[in-house]
Design a protein around this ligand. Structure first.
Ligand SMILES: [Zn+2]
Ligand SMILES: [Zn+2]
Length: 145
């Protein structure tokens, strides 16, 4: 059985948030922190099993939605039109690029890439959200070919 390396971090992030720290919230946040790419619902359910946790789907998705509402996680639409989720701690940039691997369908958050187009935006416009989406091959798929 796997154990999360980010459980303590998840716990303290939640303790510093407005809401209650529940076992489901800790588990979901720590498995998102563990993941190297954004996870689909299916992958999250799979991880929950791998960690030996037993939350029903409703509890799981409620915790996930709550984390997204709180800005501790975010979701991104994959090229297969299904949502994927990843942790977003305060230290990481809210607006960042997403890399969609067309071979393995995984979505990676590239937090260091920020859309520089904002600098050329006319002063009388205000941006609330930027979606920068890149497509190509991820390192492990490139390795295989
Ligand atoms: Zn890939
Ligand atoms: Zn992201």
């Amino acid at each position: 059985m796997k154990s999360s390396v980010h459980e303590k971090e998840a716990q303290s992030l939640l303790d510093n948030s407005e809401g209650r720290t529940t076992p489901a919230r800790i588990s979901v946040l720590s498995l998102l922190l563990d993941a190297k790419s954004a996870l689909s619902h299916q992958e999250i359910e799979l991880s929950v099993q791998e960690y030996g946790l037993s939350f029903d789907r409703v509890t799981l998705y409620r915790a996930l939605d709550w984390l997204v509402e709180q800005g501790m996680a975010h979701k991104v639409l994959g090229i297969d039109r299904s949502w994927r989720y990843n942790a977003l701690n305060e230290a990481s940039v809210q607006q960042h690029a997403h890399f969609h691997c067309t071979s393995c369908n995984q979505v990676f958050c590239l937090e260091k890439i920020q859309p520089t187009l904002l600098y050329s935006l006319p002063a009388d416009y205000q941006v609330d959200e930027v979606e920068l989406s890149l497509q190509g091959s991820c390192p492990s798929c490139l390795d295989k070919s």
